[in-house]
Each structure stands twice: as structure tokens, then as C-alpha cells.
Design a protein around this ligand. Structure first.
Ligand SMILES: Cc1cc2nc3c(=O)[nH]c(=O)nc-3n(C[C@H](O)[C@H](O)[C@H](O)COP(=O)(O)OP(=O)(O)OC[C@H]3O[C@@H](n4cnc5c(N)ncnc54)[C@H](O)[C@@H]3O)c2cc1C
Length: 316
């Protein structure tokens, strides 16, 4: 028996959540007294296996088939790995890819599926924490089954960085091509080559405190000076001042940068749901009681029209 974590990658890069899955998997494996196996399916599996040779991983299984994510290949790969390893827990990312194949895998294997878990414990069975109603309510799910499939929310576990020395094994998968009914024909960047804010290390995020579209230039200059990417709260996107793919939050993107600088953002639950996993949160707001200060590591109570140009000057 073991814990099996399935890594996530896109366009040649392992996604951050892969390293977080290792941490979640290691914690469960320790609680269960079982091994942690990590699987990587498709892409440059040899190079991914090197990156996934991390502390606490016992074996990395490489499934060399195709370049990019494919629903039908992933379903078959995880089914076959499950049959070979019979893991107690199958951990998958709660990413676009993970949400695509995890329900199909759980259904075909007859496993209960807990989606979007933010904490996991094993004590005579799995207990998972999930959030509901835009993160206003936390629920505890006790799973009454010997084996379970789980998707794990990105940014909730620390990524594992320490290297280890797991065995790396090529997993022999014979794909039933008649079950492969889709293929990736290419990638199209949203909004004409705009950036992916979920990949950024430093985000400068702007909210309604900026007042007018022409004032955005102020925060763009700060982002430039910091080498940061510009993101926004929903009102800025609703106003059409920035494209939708820059929106952070429940109905936008979940981001986990090293630094998140919130400029004129109040910290509504729907916004916080998308950025609370950031390593360091800095907030600039005139209102000392703004909820953003409840989760900020550093706060500046002040007028952004004074503070932002001063910071830009400092970092140029
Ligand atoms: C179903 C649903 C989904 C949603 N999804 C999202 C989502 O994905 N992302 C999201 O962001 N929101 C989302 N919202 C909206 C959310 O509830 C808030 O309305 C929104 O986040 C508020 O954005 P804001 O903080 O920019 O604006 P406000 O709440 O208006 O805050 C502006 C802040 O700027 C400060 N300020 C004003 N002037 C200055 C100044 N000169 N200097 C410094 N500070 C100043 C104010 O004190 C205030 O705290 C959603 C809402 C619903 C109902």
C-alpha cells in the first residue's frame, strides 16, 4: 500500500502544485506508515523525474506517452498505476487538468472523490478540510472508505524543495488508443499573448482604490520597477480596465506568488480566496480597518497616490 501523487505539468514545466502534492503526500504517507509514490505522465518524463526526486518520495513512476495533458491517456495511466500499486490515497491537483481527469478516474476505480481539499489528516481514515461559500465556511469531510481519491488545492501546502533519492521507474503503459478520443492541437494564449498571473513570482494587484482608468499607469510603473506582473480585483476587470485573465479571486485566478502587493484592495472574501496562499502579502490602503490587513504580513496605511510613486522611485 502507498500514497500515489500525480504530478501536473504544462508546456514543458512542472506546475508548482506538483511540489505541494509531494508535501501533502509525504505527510499522509508518514501518518499511514506507507510509501510515497509520485507519477508523471507525458512530456519530458525523464527531466520531470529528476525534478521530482524530492525528499520523502520513495519511487517516481514515469509514463512516457505524448507531450501534453490528454484526458484519456491520464485516465488510463492512473487506472493502471492504481491497479499496480493499490494506493490508499490517490492525490491529484485541483488544477484545470486535475479537475478534468480526477472525477473520471475516481468513477472508473469506484473510489470516493474529495475535491479541492485544503488540509488532510489520516487517523483510521481520511479527514479532509474543504472550504464552502466563497471560503466563508470550512467543512470537515470524514471519508468512510479504505481507499480514496483527492484533489488538492494549490498554494495550501508548502512546496517540497529538498532533494531526495527515490527510485525512478519507467511504468509500462499500453494505451488503448480506441479510448483516446481527443488530442491537443495547440495552445492559444488568452488575450493575445497576455501573461499568466498564476505563474508570476511577484504580483502588484490593483483595486477600486485606484479610482480612474488613467491612474493605472501609477501601478504599472511600480510593477515595472519591481519586475512584477500586474493583476487586479474584480471591479477593475468589470470596468474593462484590465483583461479578465488578470483577475485574482474566486471568479478569477488563484495565485501563489512569493510577494503579493495589494494596492487599494479591501480584501473581500472572494478576492482573498484567490491570493491568501501568497508567501508574503503587503497591503496599501487608507482604511486601517480594511480586511486585507487581517491577512497582510506588512501593511501601509496610507494614500496609494502618495505611497505608490514613492515606492516606484525607491525601486527604480
Ligand atoms: C460571486 C462573486 C464572485 C466574486 N469574485 C471576485 C473575484 O474573483 N475577485 C475579486 O476581486 N472580487 C470578486 N468579487 C467581488 C468582491 O466581493 C469585492 O466586491 C471586490 O473584491 C472588491 O474589490 P476592491 O477591493 O478592489 O474594491 P473595494 O472593496 O471597493 O475596496 C477598495 C479599497 O481601496 C481603498 N482605497 C480607496 N482609496 C484609496 C487610496 N487613495 N489609497 C489607498 N487605498 C484606497 C478603500 O479603503 C478600500 O478598502 C466577487 C463577488 C461575488 C458576489
Amino acid at each position: 500500500m502507498s500514497v500515489l501523487a500525480v504530478a501536473d505539468h504544462r508546456r514543458g514545466d512542472l506546475r508548482d502544485v506538483s511540489y505541494e502534492l509531494v508535501t501533502a503526500g509525504r505527510e499522509l504517507a508518514e501518518a499511514l506508515g506507507e510509501e510515497l509514490h509520485v507519477a508523471v505522465v507525458s512530456g519530458d518524463v525523464e527531466s520531470f523525474a529528476k525534478d521530482l526526486s524530492l525528499d520523502g518520495v520513495d519511487t517516481v513512476h514515469t509514463v512516457d506517452h505524448g507531450e501534453e495533458f490528454n484526458h484519456d491517456v491520464y485516465v488510463q495511466a492512473v487506472e493502471a498505476l492504481d491497479s499496480a500499486l493499490e494506493p490508499t490515497v490517490v492525490l491529484m491537483p485541483n488544477s484545470v487538468n486535475g479537475l478534468d481527469y480526477a472525477p473520471a478516474v475516481a468513477s472508473s476505480l469506484g473510489l470516493p472523490l474529495v475535491s479541492d481539499a485544503v488540509a488532510l489528516e489520516w487517523d483510521d481514515g481520511l479527514t479532509a478540510t474543504r472550504e464552502m461559500y466563497a471560503s466563508k465556511v470550512e467543512t470537515t469531510v470524514e471519508v468512510d472508505a479504505d481507499r480514496v481519491a483527492v484533489t488538492v488545492r494549490g498554494g495550501e501546502w508548502e512546496p517540497t524543495e529538498d532533494t531526495g533519492s527515490p527510485a525512478v521507474e519507467a511504468f509500462d503503459l499500453t494505451v488503448d488508443e480506441s479510448r483516446v478520443r481527443s488530442r491537443v492541437t495547440g495552445f492559444e494564449e488568452v488575450a493575445g499573448g497576455d501573461v499568466d498571473i498564476s505563474d508570476a513570482d511577484v504580483l502588484v494587484s490593483v483595486g477600486r482604490g485606484i479610482e480612474e482608468e488613467e491612474n493605472l499607469e501609477l501601478v504599472e510603473e511600480l510593477a515595472d520597477a519591481l519586475g512584477a506582473t500586474l493583476s487586479a480585483s474584480r471591479p477593475i476587470v468589470d470596468n474593462g480596465w484590465l483583461p479578465k485573465n488578470r483577475q485574482v479571486g474566486q471568479s478569477g485566478k488563484v495565485v501563489t506568488p512569493d510577494v503579493y502587493l495589494a494596492v487599494g484592495i479591501s480584501g473581500a472574501v472572494q478576492h482573498v480566496a484567490g491570493m491568501k496562499g501568497s508567501d508574503t502579502i503587503i497591503a496599501i490602503n487608507t482604511d486601517p480597518n480594511a480586511p486585507i490587513f487581517d491577512i497582510a504580513d506588512y501593511g501601509i496605511v496610507g494614500d496609494l497616490f502618495d505611497v505608490v510613486p514613492a515606492l516606484t522611485e525607491q525601486f527604480r
